[in-house]
Every structure is written in C-alpha cells, then in structure tokens.
Write a protein that binds this ligand. Structure first.
Ligand code: SAH
Length: 392
C-alpha cells in the first residue's frame, strides 16, 4: 500500500483495530495525509505497521470506518466484501423467501451501507460520505452480480444528515410499479418503498414472525406495533382464531389490511387499529380476550442518555400487556434499542412482571434474523433481542 496516503495512529491507540473493530475514533489519530473527506486510506499504527483500509471523514468523532484488515486494492476489497455478503445470504435465506437483507453495514465489512432485496428490486441506503463516494462501484457490482430489475435508493437516515449529506430517495434505475409483492416463508406481503419505514419492511424480525406462527394455533392474538401486519399474517397462517393489529402509522395499517387479503384472510374479522399502543392497552375493555400479545416497539433508547427513560417505557408497556393476559397467555416482547443490552432487557421484564404481579416463565430467547448477522468484532450491531414469555 501507499504509505504516503495513510492515517497514522497515536502510540498505544491501535488496540481496537487489532481487535478488528471497524471504527477509528478521532482521538486515536496522530496524523492524516492530505485527502478529501470520504476517501479510502490505509491505516498504520505508531510503529508504521499496516492495520487495514478505511474511509475517513474529518468532521466526525468516528473519523474512520474500516473496510478491511488486510492489504489489497481497495476497489477489489469492496467488490469482494459485496460478494462475501451475497455468499452468506445463500446459506441463511430460507426457502420461499424473496425479501432479505443482502448487505448489513459493519456486519459485512461495508460500514454505512444497507442493501435489501425485495423480489426483483434492490433497496439501497448509503448512510455515510464514504459509501456515497463508493456508490458507483457498489451499484455496478450489484448490477453485475444480482442483476436486479430495478434499484431504489432510500438514503434518508439521521446518520446521513450528520455526515453533512442531503436525503436522497427515488429510483436509481428505471422504475417498477409499487407496491411489489414479496414472499416470506411462503406468505405474501405488499411492499412500497416510497413513504415506507425502514427500506419497506422490518426484515430483522422474520424469524420471530415464524415463531409466532408456530405458537398461534387457536389463540387470539394482539399484534402491537404491527407495522404492515407481518405478525398478524403469520399468526393467522398458524391457525390463530383472530389476529388484531395496532400501529400509529395509518399507511402501515392500510398495508396490513392489504397483506391480510393477499393471504386470503378476512380483514373484517381481524381488527386493524390506527392507535397509540399504550392508550390501546390501557383501555378497560380490549376489543377481544387476547391470549397472545406481541410487543415490537420502535427503539425507545436512541442514545445512551435515553437508557433510563427508555427502561421506564419498556417496563410500563410490558406491565400493561402482562396485566391484560389470562393465565396461560403468551407474550412475545422485543427491544431493538442497541443501548439496552440483553441483561438489562431481562431486568426490565423482571421489573414489569413484579409490577404486574404475574408469574412469568421465559420459554425462549431470540435474536436478529440470520440475514442480519452480527459481526463478532462489532457487538454494537447486535441490537435486537426478544423473549417469548408464558404468563401464569
Ligand atoms: N412488528 C413489525 C415492526 C414494528 S416497528 C413488523 O414485524 O413488521 C415499530 C412500529 O411501531 C412502527 O410501525 C411504528 O409506526 C409503530 N409505532 C411507533 N410508536 C407507536 C405508538 N406509540 N403506538 C403505536 N405504534 C407505534
């Protein structure tokens, strides 16, 4: 590599890169070469040993994000990382499933890049300046390897704005009509990219949806924070008597209705409520006697400083749900806040159970779907945790 184009770290500040953690903090850098923000640079420790390549943006406290810990042509490294991500999905994406995460940022050694597959369409999210600059190469590689019918860009994240980039949303290639129909474990879902949350669906919960299917026979299910009704469709496919959906996003509830119909379920027998979940659960009399409640709220802790308030929020929410369940009821509860780790989440659930005065058993512990792998060297990526609980 060209050592004149390298970032040099301060003495003793190479430990995290030696542990293959992909972030370089500004405080660890002794000297930058001349470069333009977003460029890929080599990284050397104070003894001038080569540690890897990353792209850098001087305006940020996470000043660099690594794309490799070995030498080589950076362009080829990006191509190889994309191919590696594709190979992993060939192993983990289930049958009869046409929507999945193809590239998951740091987990695939491509920090700042998300690419999701929705049947013939790819949805791309570029969250950093480094990825923005690499976009032509990424698009060319994706077009050559995956050969999608169309690519939609949904680069609208707060991280992107903090990198000084404007939001970008729309078709990169020629358009295909929306919504598109995808399959998940053989079930059908309608997905629009424009105006949707995330890239269109919450793909990270796919395995939880399958779990719900397996536990739903003869149950009356309440799907809280339902988004487009994923858990409700699976519950009905698993033999639920009824599955009601509650979400504050009215477009999501409209899509939930479409998704019930697409799979041949009666939308008039399964409640669809545009409502705040806390207010819904606080009603004296719920619309049905639910014996399976699903709680999949948005991240309550967006920053470390939110942990205390977020814990209170999860505790109150779970208490309410526990109080509403009969003896023998099931509760699937999740948190997607990376700042609330597994141990803290279980403590919060313990406190909620105490408040609710219910005897609770943990049936199983759950993680992100396997197409959202967790890089062992980047535990921050392990944001989603779920518990399946039995209420006595
Ligand atoms: N379980 C869903 C994903 C849920 S994401 C799935 O499998 O697809 C979280 C959802 O919570 C979003 O759809 C968002 O619109 C909704 N939401 C956020 N705050 C809410 C509130 N206070 N009450 C109801 N829904 C809320």
């Amino acid at each position: 590599m060209d050592t004149t184009q390298a970032v040099i770290l301060k003495p003793e500040r190479d430990k995290s890169l030696r542990n293959f953690h992909p972030w370089v903090f500004l405080g660890a850098v002794e000297k930058f070469p001349e470069f333009e923000n977003g460029d890929i640079l080599g990284v050397l420790n104070a003894d001038k040993q080569f540690l890897g390549y990353g792209y850098f943006n001087q305006g940020k406290s996470i000043v660099g994000r690594m794309i490799s810990f070995h030498d080589g042509d950076p362009k080829q490294i990006i191509i190889d990382n994309i191919k590696g991500a594709i190979a992993l999905r060939k192993t983990v994406v289930p049958e009869d499933t046409t929507a999945y995460r193809l590239i998951n940022g740091e987990a695939d050694n491509l920090p700042g890049l998300i690419v999701d597959v929705y049947a013939d369409v790819l949805v791309l999210q570029a969250n950093t300046l480094g990825i923005e600059k690499l976009k032509p190469l990424i698009l060319e590689t994706l077009s050559n390897t995956i050969k999608p019918k169309a690519i939609y860009e949904k680069s609208t994240s707060p991280t992107r704005r903090s990198e000084g980039l404007e939001d970008v949303e729309g078709w990169i290639t020629s358009e295909v009509p929306q919504p598109v129909e995808i399959l998940e474990h053989g079930l059908k879902f309608s997905v629009s990219f424009a105006g949707s949350q995330k890239t269109g669906m919450f793909l990270d919960q796919r395995e939880m949806r399958q779990l719900v299917k397996n536990y739903s026979k003869d149950r009356t299910v309440l799907n809280c924070f339902s988004y487009s009704g994923g858990f409700s469709v699976y519950a009905l496919a698993g033999g639920a008597i009824q599955a009601d959906s509650v979400d504050s996003d009215k477009d999501a509830i409209a899509t939930a209705k479409d998704n019930l119909l697409l799979n041949g379920f009666d939308a008039s027998k399964n409640g669809l409520y545009t409502a705040d979940v806390m207010a819904f659960l606080a009603q004296n009399k719920l619309p049905a006697d639910y014996d399976f409640i699903i709680l999949d709220p948005p991240a309550f802790a967006k920053r470390a400083s939110d942990i205390k308030n977020a814990s209170r929020g999860y505790r109150d929410l779970n208490r309410l749900a526990m109080q509403k369940l009969p003896k023998g009821g099931l509760l699937l509860t999740s948190s997607c806040s990376s700042h609330i780790d597994r141990e803290l989440f279980q403590t919060i659930i313990f406190q909620a159970a105490k408040d609710a005065k219910r005897n609770i058993k943990i049936l199983s512990y759950h993680v992100l779907a396997a197409d959202h792998p967790v890089n062992l060297f980047f535990p921050e990526g392990d944001y989603l945790k779920s518990l399946l609980l039995y209420v006595e």
